[in-house]
Design a protein around this ligand. Structure first.
Ligand code: FE
Length: 210
C-alpha cells in the first residue's frame, strides 16, 4: 500500500514494480492463511488499513513539522525528545514508542531507511510506502545515498551537503524535520502543514516553495 499525503502523484509511484508485486503477493498469501485458520477476519485487516489510511498518516507528521517551523521552543523539544513532543499534540501509539526527529539544514540532509525490514514511525507517517519496503531501496540507500536520491527520487544535492542515513529499527524510529521552503514567511501553521509531504519526512524529497 502506498499512502499519498497530498493527492499529488508521488515521484516514486510505480518505482520498483517487480518488488511491489512480490510484496503484494506475499501479503495476500499471509492474509489468506490467517483468515483460513480463523486467527483473524478480513474485516480486522480492513479496519487497521482504514485507520492508517484515514485517521493516522503523514498528515499528523505534517502537523508536527509545521508546529516546529512556527514555534522555536516546540522545535527544540521535538529535537530533544520527539516522543514527548508528539504526545503534546496528541500523537502517539503503536510503533511510535521511541520517536527521534532529525533536522535538515542547508549543510546537512538526513534520510531514513530500515535496512532489515520496514521499521517506520507509524504514528507520524502512517504505514511505509512500497519503495521503503523494497530490497533495492534498503540495500542501496546505505551504500550510495547521494546516487539513490538523485537517480530514484530526482533529488540532486550539492556536493558540499553532507548526507546522513539513519537506520530505523523497532527501538528507534526516525523521521526528518525538513527545511522550511523560502517564500513561506506569510503562511500560518495550517497552510504550512499542507506543504509538508511524506517523502520529505522520510528524507527522499525536499519541500518545494508554494
Ligand atoms: Fe525494520
Amino acid at each position: 500500500m502506498d499512502i499519498q499525503d497530498t493527492g499529488r502523484p508521488s515521484p516514486t509511484a510505480g518505482r520498483y514494480p517487480a518488488d511491489e508485486a512480490e510484496l503484494t503477493a506475499r501479503a495476500q498469501a499471509l492474509e489468506a492463511i490467517l483468515v483460513d485458520q480463523g486467527l483473524l477476519g478480513t474485516d480486522t485487516i480492513d479496519e487497521i488499513v482504514r485507520i492508517y489510511e484515514q485517521d493516522i498518516g503523514p498528515l499528523l507528521g505534517a502537523r508536527v513539522v509545521a508546529r516546529a517551523w512556527v514555534d522555536p521552543q516546540f522545535r527544540a523539544r521535538l529535537l530533544a525528545d520527539a516522543t514527548a513532543a508528539c504526545a503534546e499534540l496528541g500523537i502517539a501509539g503503536l510503533q511510535g514508542e521511541h520517536l527521534i526527529c532529525v533536522e535538515n539544514t542547508p549543510q546537512l540532509h538526513n534520510v531514513m531507511v530500515c535496512t532489515l525490514c520496514s521499521c517506520y514511525p507509524w504514528p507520524v507517517l502512517g504505514l511505509p510506502p512500497a519503495f521503503y519496503k523494497s530490497f533495492e531501496y534498503r540495500s542501496r540507500m546505505v551504500v550510495e545515498p547521494r546516487r539513490v536520491l538523485a537517480d530514484d527520487f530526482g533529488l540532486v544535492l550539492p556536493a558540499d551537503v553532507e548526507i546522513r542515513v539513519y537506520d530505523v529499527t523497532a527501538e528507534e524510529r526516525y523521521f526528518v524535520l525538513p527545511q522550511r521552503p523560502p517564500g513561506t514567511e506569510h503562511l500560518d501553521e495550517q497552510a504550512l502543514a499542507a506543504l509538508v509531504t511524506r517523502d520529505a519526512m522520510i528524507g527522499v524529497a525536499k519541500i518545494a516553495a508554494p
